[in-house]
Design a protein around this ligand. Structure first.
Ligand SMILES: Cc1cc2nc3c(=O)[nH]c(=O)nc-3n(C[C@H](O)[C@H](O)[C@H](O)COP(=O)(O)OP(=O)(O)OC[C@H]3O[C@@H](n4cnc5c(N)ncnc54)[C@H](O)[C@@H]3O)c2cc1C
Length: 388
C-alpha cells in the first residue's frame, strides 16, 4: 500500500481509526471533514473489548485507559422496586476483558491527535456532495471542487454520501422509539457501573465518564410520532423529566440535573448490501448504522477500520482487498445489528410478561452469573487484530 493515495471522508471514530490504520501501512492519507473543527459533540460511548483491542493495536491502549472509566458491573433494576433485578459482575466473570465508558469527544480527541502525529492530512470544512465510484473515483465537493484518489473510504456516518453512491437512497424506518442523551455532574456518587432501569415502554441507562466526575444518561421511550434522525437535535429537559416522572431514586436525582438533552429518533437501517464498488468503500455507520441497544456503533467502526487496512495490506490489488474486507465484515455486522434490533423490547416489557421475565433474569444472575456475562462472548471476544 506504500504511497497509495487514500481519501477518508469523515473524521468520526471510524474515519480517524481507518486513517490511522491505513497510514501505519504506508498509505498517503487525507481526511475530509465537513465540520469546522473536530470538536466536543456527543455524550458517552461504551467501548467493549472488541473495540478496545483495535485501539490497543493502533498504539492507543494506554491513552485510552487514561481517558476512560473501566466498567466494573452492569446492573439491571426495575424503575419502581428498590434493589436490583440482576447484577453482572464484570470484574469477576469477564476475565481479563476490559469494558470501558468514555466521552465520545475524548475518544475523538485521542484519535485525532494520533492521526495528526502520524502525518495524516486532516482538512476541515470539506463537505462532500457526491461521489462517482469510477476508476479513479471522483469526489464532488460542495464548494465546487473535484478531488480524486486511488481509494475513497466513506466514513461519513448515518447520512453517508458514499453509501448512497454504492447502494442508492436508503429506506430507514422509524422504530417507534426516541432516545434522549445528556451528561450531568456525578452528584450521586455513581460507582463505575452501568445501571439500566427498566419500565413498561421505557428504559434509562446511566454510567460514569471522565474519572467518575460526570454521568452519561440515555433515556429511551416508545412513542408513535416521528422524530428527526439527527445527533444534533436538542430538547426541552421538561419533556424528558415528564416522560420519566414516575421513576424514583437514582434516575430521578439524575434527571433533575439535566439542562440540555439531545433527542434522537431511533431508525432501523438495513446493513448496506454493497460495501465497495470500483475504488470506493464504506466503514462504520456509513455501512451499518445501529440502534444503541448493544452499544456497538463505535466498536463496529473500530473493527471495520482495522479489517479494511489489514485486508488492503495483504491483497495484491485494491479491488481484491476491498472484496476481502466486505467478506470478512458483512455477516458480522448483520449479526450485531440484528442483536441490537431485538434487544430493546426486553427492557420495555409490560405485564403480564414483565414479572416472570425479571424473575428469570434474577434467577439466572444467581444460578449462572458467569454464563450471563459470557453469553455475548461471540461479540465482545471477537478480536479483529488477531485475524478474526
Ligand atoms: C455529532 C455526533 C454525536 C454523536 N453522539 C453520540 C453519543 O452521544 N452516543 C453514542 O453512542 N453515539 C454517538 N454518535 C455516534 C457514534 O459516534 C457512531 O455511531 C460511531 O462512532 C461510528 O462512527 P462513524 O465514524 O462511522 O460515524 P460518525 O460518528 O457519524 O462520523 C461521521 C463523520 O463524517 C462527517 N461527515 C458526514 N457527512 C459528510 C460529508 N458529506 N462530507 C464530509 N464529512 C462528512 C461527520 O461530520 C462526522 O464527523 C454521535 C455521532 C455524531 C456524528
Amino acid at each position: 500500500m506504500f504511497g497509495t493515495r487514500i481519501i477518508v471522508v469523515g473524521a468520526g471514530i471510524g474515519g480517524l481509526a481507518a486513517a490511522l490504520a491505513l497510514k501505519a501501512r504506508g498509505a498517503d492519507v487525507t481526511v475530509l471533514e465537513q465540520a469546522n473543527a473536530i470538536e466536543e459533540v456527543g455524550a458517552g460511548i461504551q467501548v467493549s473489548p472488541n473495540g478496545a483491542a483495535v485501539l490497543g493495536a493502533l498504539g492507543l491502549g494506554a491513552d485510552f485507559e487514561r481517558a476512560s472509566v473501566r466498567g466494573r458491573a452492569v446492573v439491571l433494576s426495575d424503575y419502581r422496586r428498590p434493589g436490583e433485578v440482576v447484577r453482572l459482575d464484570l470484574m469477576r466473570h469477564a476475565g481479563d476483558q476490559r469494558y470501558a465508558f468514555v466521552h465520545r469527544a475524548d475518544l475523538i480527541d485521542l484519535l485525532a491527535e494520533a492521526v495528526r502525529r502520524a502525518g495524516v492530512n486532516v482538512r476541515l470544512l470539506q463537505k462532500v456532495d457526491r461521489i462517482d465510484p469510477g476508476s479513479p473515483p471522483v469526489l464532488h465537493m460542495c464548494n465546487g471542487a473535484h478531488l480524486t484518489a486511488d481509494l475513497v473510504v466513506g466514513a461519513d456516518g448515518l447520512h453517508s454520501r458514499a453509501r448512497a453512491a454504492l447502494n442508492g437512497a436508503g429506506k430507514p424506518f422509524f422504530t417507534g422509539q426516541v432516545a434522549w442523551r445528556a451528561t450531568v455532574p456525578n452528584m450521586v456518587n455513581l460507582p463505575d457501573e452501568a445501571h439500566v432501569f427498566m419500565a413498561p415502554g421505557r428504559h434509562l441507562v446511566c454510567y460514569p465518564l471522565r474519572g467518575g466526575s460526570l454521568v452519561n444518561l440515555v433515556a429511551v421511550q416508545e412513542r408513535a410520532d416521528w422524530t428527526a434522525e439527527s445527533w444534533s437535535q436538542s430538547d426541552d429537559p421538561a419533556n424528558l423529566r415528564a416522560a420519566f416522572a414516575d421513576f424514583g431514586g437514582l434516575p430521578a436525582a439524575l434527571l433533575a440535573q439535566v439542562s440540555a438533552p439531545g433527542l434522537w429518533g431511533l431508525f432501523r437501517h438495513p446493513v448496506a448490501e454493497t460495501w465497495h464498488r470500483g475504488r470506493v468503500t464504506l466503514v462504520g455507520d456509513a455501512a451499518h448504522p445501529t440502534l444503541p441497544f448493544m452499544a456497538q456503533g463505535a466498536n463496529m467502526a473500530l473493527e471495520d477500520a482495522w479489517v479494511l487496512a489489514d485486508e488492503l495490506g495483504k491483497a495484491p490489488g485494491i479491488e481484491l482487498g476491498l472484496a476481502a474486507y466486505q467478506a470478512r465484515r458483512q455477516a458480522r455486522a448483520r449479526r450485531v445489528i440484528a442483536a441490537a434490533n431485538s434487544n430493546a423490547w426486553k427492557y420495555h416489557l409490560r405485564s403480564p410478561l414483565r414479572g416472570p421475565a425479571h424473575l428469570a433474569l434474577s434467577l439466572g444472575g444467581r444460578l449462572a452469573p458467569a454464563r450471563m456475562v459470557r453469553q455475548f462472548d461471540w461479540l465482545y471476544r471477537h478480536d479483529v487484530t488477531m485475524g478474526a
